[in-house]
Write a protein that binds this ligand. Structure first.
Ligand SMILES: *Cc1c(COP(=O)(O)O)cnc(C)c1O
Length: 216
């Protein structure tokens, strides 16, 4: 794997308004540094402890994305530095993030993860649940957590029609949300196997792991 070449190819290939998040979970710090030196600044991890260890060692202008499922008792470890939390799925978690953001005297940006895949195994909430959260008085009181958009993962399948349908669905939900709620700007969808379809469907943030760093 030539990491810097992969980064450059993605920089050339992706439209300017699409943010590339390099998903570096399980990869050593040297691999991240190689991507950094090729100009990559957004990195994503799925475990808070691993992300924090890497944050301590790497340049401080890196933007750290938490893309995994978040346990409330671990929010405090990333609250001082995390840039965007992608997979928020409850008001309880938003409250915890708000509390820890406040303690650190900052605001933390989040995305709500919407369940779009047909498989049962994927995390995420329904569109209705997401609206219920955003419309609740309790949410409106949270001053230090900002919901900046939506995240989704398509079914893991070779059936491109299926994947396209799921991404198009999320795009229409996102359009609806951005008309109703302020701050809705980010649509995080697309991974190594399906980012082309995601970008065609309107994604403006892709999360690429193996196509940059090799298989895990
Ligand atoms: C691991 C992971 C990715 C990247 O997956 P690849 O197939 O390696 O590109 C993207 N999003 C999430 C939520 C992940 O956990």
């Amino acid at each position: 794997m030539n990491i810097s070449e992969n980064i450059k190819n993605f920089q050339d290939e992706l439209p300017d308004d699409v943010t590339l998040v390099a998903i570096s979970k399980t990869k050593p710090v040297d691999d991240l540094l190689e991507a950094y030196e090729a100009g990559q600044r957004h990195f994503g991890e799925n475990k808070i402890q691993e992300m924090t260890e890497k944050w301590e060692k790497l340049p401080k202008d890196i933007k750290w994305h938490m893309v995994g499922h978040v346990q409330r008792n671990k929010v405090k470890y990333m609250a001082p530095y995390v840039s965007l939390i992608h997979a928020v799925d409850s008001l309880k978690l938003l409250k915890e993030i708000n509390k820890e953001a406040d303690k650190n005297d900052r605001d933390i940006d989040c995305l709500l993860q919407i369940k779009i895949a047909e498989e049962d195994s994927k995390f995420g909430i329904s569109t209705e649940k997401a609206k219920e959260i955003l419309d609740s008085e309790e949410f409106k009181k949270l001053d230090h957590v900002k919901v900046k958009g939506l995240m989704g993962m398509a079914t893991f399948t070779d059936d491109e029609t299926q994947v396209k349908k799921e991404f198009e669905h999320l795009k229409s939900v996102f359009k609806d949300f951005s008309e109703q709620y302020v701050d809705m700007k980010v649509l995080s969808m697309g991974m190594s196997g399906d980012y082309k379809i995601a970008v065609d469907s309107g994604s403006n943030m892709v999360r690429i792991g193996s196509d940059i760093f090799g298989a895990r």
